[in-house]
Ligand binder design. Structure first.
Ligand SMILES: CC(C)(COP(=O)(O)OP(=O)(O)OC[C@H]1O[C@@H](n2cnc3c(N)ncnc32)[C@H](O)[C@@H]1OP(=O)(O)O)[C@@H](O)C(=O)NCCC(=O)NCCS
Length: 160
């Protein structure tokens, strides 16, 4: 499928409804409340970075994907990533992960982590393509349905 022209940018509070709509429509995504998303923009508490992919069609721009990462010291964790079903397999997931890696490097991050359901072949393929390696397994970590979490990480110090 052809690549889709999408701009990756930092999210603003007005993007929260679109982000929630995307994750609610995605069975594979982590689900958060509106107040949890809104707290991302508060200077208090754990720091998070939320980036959205915006696709322009004519005069309309719509949010077709997002990535959310938590930052603790120089360690980054991808907590959620979703691309709208109609826009998948067009390079947007890759662009979102690249954007968060680039931001982490700008801030001298050293390592990026994530966890994913064992059955989530699409996400696992994307992460392996982006040079993440499996470090471990958390047995029965996910509920509804119960499933193992595979733990992945990658260095931010090499150029891949
Ligand atoms: C995982 C997800 C974000 C990927 O987004 P995407 O925009 O489709 O990804 P890309 O188009 O950038 O794909 C990059 C590569 O990832 C791999 N990939 C992506 N989707 C795939 C699929 N369904 N099956 C196999 N490999 C896949 C491929 O290697 C692909 O490269 P290719 O298209 O050149 O073969 C998307 O499938 C999604 O939103 N899934 C539901 C939410 C989810 O599970 N999030 C992860 C939570 S841990």
């Amino acid at each position: 499928m052809s690549s889709l022209r999408a701009t990756i940018r930092k999210a603003v509070p007005a993007d929260v409804p679109a982000v929630i709509a995307l994750e609610q429509a995605s069975a594979g995504a982590a689900h958060w409340t509106e107040s949890e998303y809104s707290s991302i923009f508060s200077p208090k508490g754990v720091r998070r970075v939320l980036c959205v992919a915006e696709s322009a069609a004519g005069d309309d721009a719509s949010v077709v994907g997002f990535v959310l990462a938590r930052v603790v010291a120089n360690e980054w964790e991808i907590e959620n990533i979703v691309v709208d079903g109609a826009s998948q397999r067009r390079g947007i997931g890759r662009a979102l992960v690249s954007a968060v890696i680039e931001q982490a490097r700008l801030e001298s991050g050293s390592r990026m982590f994530l966890e994913v359901r064992r059955s989530n072949a699409a996400a696992i393929s994307l992460y392996m393509l982006m040079s993440f390696h499996q470090d471990g397994i958390r047995r029965s970590y996910y509920k509804d349905p119960e499933e193992d979490a595979l733990l992945f990480s990658r260095s931010l110090e090499n150029s891949s």
